[in-house]
Ligand binder design. Structure first.
Ligand code: ARG
Length: 458
């Protein structure tokens, strides 16, 4: 049952077997394990290290194992140490002697490094495409809301008027960066460890260029010690997932605030909300909260793997087996959260009137009032002071800037004329902000065109 029984005189203690075994989780990459083995034996035959007949028989055996696992005919059982032992044992059982040649010139160290890379590559691609779907959802709302006015905040205090499109656009940028981070990781990790052996290569004339190409890598990893002990790409991947989760979490925090009784900017759909067992009136944003909560869990995987790796001498050490459950859990969590978030976002109702009313309060147009004075020749710093005095006056008299009479304006600064009202209307505040990246209609039109092109060219 074991791949290494020869040197041992005693059976493994049962607790040791269970503690050491990885099959309960590394069975996740049975497909990649078989794919890697097919590449390896194809190359072995090309290099005349094994015969073509053995190669054919091994590949047929591996493919039948794959088919039987997929159809449920062959169950991956926990008596084996890992998925590599499981596949090899079943291969030999099915095809006899030739099966014992599969592991020629290979170690489980380069094998597991390969399997994990193949698996990670696929998952990077999947997360990237889930993010793309989410971006499509965001862009739809952006396009529909270029004139939906809402307050922009700093310090969670009303700051200046913006649009819903502009606000959602900020998240579009974040998820766009997340995708480019994933692409970077993919590019950097895409070198094949197969053929590195345990750590020092092998004495067989393996063609590593060939297997690398066969498996769609850019080339073979160039140092066999590094190739079997590199987990940087997993740490980078966990870091990228942590950042995705951080972005989702910030978005969820805002959704929770916007959905609150006090704000009522949005309403989360019933199908994405939950109730209370005691308070009949409650409709809670549990999904947003849970995504926010699960962020901590993904951060944890990053810290765990960083810590696991920090003291390891070269090359492979068993500690590295810990990488798998961490990465698998982070992948499942992140993918689940992106999907759930998209569903919740797609079904949100935006209460545009409430957003607009909120933007009108809190003196969000004070900067524009100061800009009015600057346009009439007053230095900005003085304009800032004058508007500050006006705001104070408004607070004392329970008014907003647009509710002041012209006489009240003039009492503080005679430069004000009738056109101040138009200059500080919510529409003007938005319309005039057309620098690149701003919420104004011209700026947004350009941004939207860029986003459309970005999604189309992908
Ligand atoms: N299950 C092991 C892992 O995940 C596979 C590699 C085993 N290599 C070894 N030298 N024991 O890391």
């Amino acid at each position: 049952m074991k791949l290494w029984g020869g040197r041992f005189t005693k059976a493994t203690n049962e607790l040791v077997h269970n503690f050491n075994a990885s099959i309960s989780f590394d069975q996740k990459f049975y497909k990649e394990d078989i794919e890697g083995s097919i590449a390896h034996v194809t190359m072995l035959a090309r290099q005349q290290i094994i015969t073509n007949a053995d190669k054919e028989s091994i590949i047929t055996g591996l493919k039948s194992i794959l088919a039987d696992i997929e159809s449920g005919k062959l169950e991956i059982d926990g008596t084996y140490e890992d998925i590599h032992s499981f596949v090899e044992a079943h291969l030999t059982e099915r095809i006899g002697e030739a099966g014992k040649k599969l592991h020629t010139g290979r170690s489980r160290n380069d094998q597991v490094a390969l399997d994990m890379k193949l698996y990670t590559r696929k998952e990077i691609f999947e997360i990237n495409s889930l993010l793309k779907d989410l971006l499509e959802s965001l862009l739809k709302i952006i396009k529909e809301n270029t004139d939906t006015i809402m307050p922009g905040f700093t310090h969670l205090q009303k700051a200046q008027p913006i649009t819903l499109a502009h606000h959602i656009g900020a998240y579009f940028e974040m998820f766009k960066r997340d995708r480019s981070r994933l692409t970077d990781i993919y590019e950097r990790m895409n070198y094949c460890p197969l053929g590195s052996g345990a750590l020092a290569g092998t004495t067989y004339p393996l063609d590593r260029e060939y297997t690398a190409k066969f498996l769609n890598f850019k080339g073979p990893a160039l140092n066999s010690i590094d190739a079997v002990s590199d987990r940087d790409y997993l740490i980078e991947f966990l870091s990228a997932m942590s950042i995705i989760m951080m972005h989702l979490s910030r978005f969820c925090e805002e959704i929770t605030i916007w959905n609150s009784n006090e704000y009522q900017f949005i309403e989360i759909d019933d199908s994405y909300s939950t109730g209370s067992s005691i308070m009949p009136q409650k409709k809670n944003p549990d999904i947003a909260e849970l995504i926010r909560g699960k962020t901590g869990r993904v951060y944890g995987t990053l810290m765990s793997l960083l810590t696991t790796m920090k003291g390891l001498s070269l090359a492979y050490n068993k500690d590295m087996q810990e990488d798998k459950e961490l990465v698998f859990d982070a992948i499942d969590t992140t993918k689940g959260c992106i999907l759930l978030f998209k569903g919740m976002f797609d079904t949100l109702t935006f209460n545009k009137d409430n957003m607009r009313k909120s933007a009108e309060g809190g003196f969000t147009n004070a900067t524009d009032a100061a800009d009015y004075l600057v346009n009439h020749g007053i230095p900005f710093r003085d304009a800032h002071t004058i508007i500050g005095q006006l705001v104070l006056y408004c607070i004392d008299n329970n008014k907003s800037l647009n509710e002041l009479s012209l006489d009240e304006y003039k009492a503080i600064c005679p430069i004000f004329e009738k056109d101040i009202y138009d200059a500080i209307s919510m529409e003007t505040c938005i319309k005039k902000r057309n620098t690149i990246g701003a919420p104004g209609p011209k700026a947004m039109e350009q941004t939207i065109a860029t986003y459309e092109k970005y999604l189309k060219n992908d």
